[in-house]
Design a protein around this ligand. Sequence first.
Ligand code: F6P
Length: 538
Amino acid sequence: MSDPINQPSWKTLEALAAKNANQQMLDLFAADDARATRYSLAAAGVSLDYSKQRIDDDVRAALLSLADDQGVSEAREAMFAGRAINTSENRAAWHVALRAPHDAPMYDEVHEIRRAMAAFAEEVRSGSWRGFSGQPITDVLNIGIGGSDLGPRLICEALYEGNGPRPHFVANVDPADLDDTLAGLDPATTLVIVTSKSFGTAETLANARVARQWLVDAGAGEGDIAKHFVAVSTNAEAVSEFGIERMFGFWDWVGGRYSLWSAVGLSILLALGGEQFETLLAGAHTMDEHFRQAPLDENLPAMLALVGVWNNNFLGLKSHCVVPYAQRLASLPSFLQQLEMESNGKSVTREGKPATVSTVPTIWGSVGTNAQHAYFQMLHQGDLAVDMDFVLPLSGPKAAGDARERERIANCIAQAEALMCGRDSDALRSELEAQGLEGEALEHRLAARRFDGNRPSNMLVLETLDAHHVGALIAAYEHKVFVQGIIWNVNSFDQWGVELGKTMAGQIVSELGEDAPSATHDGSTAALVARVRRAWGR
Ligand code: F6P
């Protein structure tokens, strides 16, 4: 492992960034008729067009050298082989094993649990699993947070078609989340899945306790709890201490944010059925095989990663906006926030030294076209430098006749074009002159309506919005994050940065209770604690 900043390829990239400081993407297109094709890749029904990036052949070659210098291919082999690449916790990060086909010799236990999940889901879906009043299950409530929530939530939102129990997700410890959800559910026909890798996450356990009481209040006896409560965890002891009999397990080598493919996906299986879950895994596996085998210059996840490195480390674009043009993918930006920022939001190297290069940018975004009417003004004319991923699922031929579908797709294509092309000021001047504007008024209007353009974006197109393509898309992003972690020389698979706040919250929780505050805080924190206590009459 090596500090990227010392690689000759890093220096080459710095020199290229300086040399190309004024490079215009439109000039790159003018000089190369085949640019759109030469800067596009496809795998598993997902395509990436990165031609609207400020990248030329020299930059691409230098980025590929950087990937070689940093040992991306070797690291990739280590990940697929299940080696302990999570060095700070001495664990593998082997999520690819979770979507290997049934005959793969990777890990018998994976398939054993998957079979148990499928059998359970079938019982519930067929109606043979009954609740305490003898009725079949109509609703499934997943209680979990972070990786125990975001992945299954995204998949269910993307793919649920009403063909199975309705999926619900509660993550927030704010009582409004669970209380509002329970208000719409019938305890007699609800199955609760408590999903927590550690089974020690305070928010999840607090919500699980309330949900359990809700069942008891509705008439479920102690013996009935098992009909309505299952757990997904790696911590069998804590699950049984909590009083849940049935647990679907997974392993410490499955990171929370990489876990939707494991038993954490139980809500997906229940809502969508076994076939859809298998298709999701198969889509991810197809992307895995592409990532594992394709040379880096033809490798979609690797190129996605390298484009991000170029923008972040060499063009100084520290803000990355993801806009899916599909209502069903509205949760993709939140999912990616955890995947990318919890994985690579680090400033220490794998050797425990301070990182010398900038790591993950801010990841944010929301669904298009809504986003256009919120912050696209800034993306087009603001001074914050942002690079973008547009995610565009195509739809079946029938949709060609739906005016809204044409709007959805046209808007996505147009926004990427506008960001790159900007507006030609000569044409605008003539337009305004034709409207009778002149002098200072004309100049003022011209300045306000000026779009410089040259703002970079990726376009990721999915052939259709279905289980296969969504699986492939998420796997592509997972591998992007992996490659960036290798290049930045950080461990993408730990998350020590979330620990301190958790410990402090535990302390403050007790200070908001009956007893007088005991900890020594800074003045601001002490005042806040005192203020809450006053509000509660303590
Ligand atoms: O707070 C961070 C985190 O540990 C995430 O990494 C994880 O996905 C989430 O909390 C939930 O953890 P658990 O599944 O153990 O409840």
